[in-house]
Structure formats: C-alpha cells, structure tokens
Design a protein around this ligand. Sequence first.
Ligand SMILES: [Zn+2]
Length: 62
Amino acid sequence: MLDAANVMESDRSHLFPCAQCGDALVAPEWSEHVSERCVRHLWSCEACGYEFETAIYLRAEA
Ligand SMILES: [Zn+2]
C-alpha cells in the first residue's frame, strides 16, 4: 500500500516545473553539495531563461 507520489529518492533528479512558464526541467544546470546532507541544484529553463535554486536534504540512513 505504497503511495508512489510520496516516495522521494534523494539522489535522483526530479522533474521540476519552471516557476515562470511551467515547462518541465529535467536536469539541474549544476549541483552543489552544501553539506553532507544538503545539496543545492541550480535550474535553468530553456524555454524562458528563468533560473532558480532548490535545496535537497538527504535523509540519513540509520
Ligand atoms: Zn520557463
């Protein structure tokens, strides 16, 4: 009874919609490891040129 929509895999690229035009962004322009468990992605929209950042927090495996 898994809800697939709620499953997040931390080390995979996700599809992000552009906040400006809604176009789907497949891969980040670049990624930066801020810390052991935090990765920042810079996204650049090819359709409209909009750029934004996201921060992914990796879950620690106990
Ligand atoms: Zn866009």
